[in-house]
Design a protein. Structure first.
Length: 257
């Protein structure tokens, strides 16, 4: 079972949330959080702004007088153009099917009248902590992340607009290697994130950790050891996240000059 409380206590998560709050613009009235999940960030936004719309694939349940909960999909937002002063979307774009990613980014831009704040994992190795579904035998990337981003890719998805702020919170991205990954693949990815909330991205069923024989466990321990050596002796740790804030009115004014 995924432990949200424990996750919120992790230093890297604290740094991520602190970065989001630090980057928020001072002035906004109508705010959209696209992909609010359990409402942890939503409630912080409601302390700062007068009206917050909390959107997720399933109807959120957030009890706050300043929050309106909406069921929706960021690839097709049911809002008029420029409906919000500020649109926030964090820990979401890495989950969007690659063929719909550009559409989702265009929708986020469409519904903001001024500010857009995006947060995604930075240069994530999608092979790390992969899982295998025992129901359909398909490989899943960790926690359903199907997209990896660096600064260039993220900027290109939003028209290479000039950003207002950028931060890289957290340190310690974990990498794997071909040999370790091949061993994990052979034995069903025993070190995957099977406690995650996200189901299999292929069949939608709950992920279940595989049971291993003693030889299989020993082989996987060897592969894990290789990863550990690689990450302790390799290059210095890179950021975990990238957060970017755009003021699209600046870009629009430049176009008009």
């Amino acid at each position: 079972m995924y432990d949200t409380v424990q996750y919120r206590r992790k230093e890297v998560e604290i740094q991520r949330v602190d970065s989001i709050m630090r980057m928020l613009p001072a002035q906004a009235q109508q705010v959209l959080e696209a992909g609010c999940r359990d409402g942890y960030i939503t409630l912080k936004l409601a302390e700062k702004y007068p009206a917050v719309t909390a959107l997720d694939l399933s109807l959120p349940s957030i009890d706050h007088p300043r929050v309106v909960c909406v069921q929706g999909d960021i690839t097709s937002l049911a809002f008029a153009d420029k409906s919000f002063d500020l649109v926030i979307c964090t820990e979401v774009l890495e989950h969007i099917p690659p063929n719909m990613l550009e559409t989702a980014c265009a929708e986020l831009l469409r519904v903001t009248s001024r500010y857009l704040l995006i947060g995604v994992p930075y240069r994530q190795d999608l092979r790390v902590h992969a899982t295998r579904c025992v129901h359909c035998n398909s490989i899943n990337p960790t926690t359903g992340h199907v997209n990896s981003f660096d600064r260039e890719r993220l900027m290109s998805l939003f028209g290479n607009r000039q950003f207002t702020k950028i931060e890289y919170p957290g340190r310690g991205v974990y990498k794997t290697n071909r040999l370790s990954y091949a061993v994990y693949e052979r034995f069903g990815f025993p070190y995957g994130t099977y406690q995650q909330e996200e189901p299999c991205i292929h069949c939608g069923k709950r992920l279940v950790k595989p049971l291993l024989s003693l030889p299989a466990r020993l082989a996987c321990l060897f592969a894990k050891g290789l990863e550990t050596i690689q990450n302790k002796t390799g290059p210095s740790k890179s950021p975990v996240w990238i957060h970017v804030l755009w003021d699209i009115t600046v870009q629009d004014s430049l176009k008009c000059q």
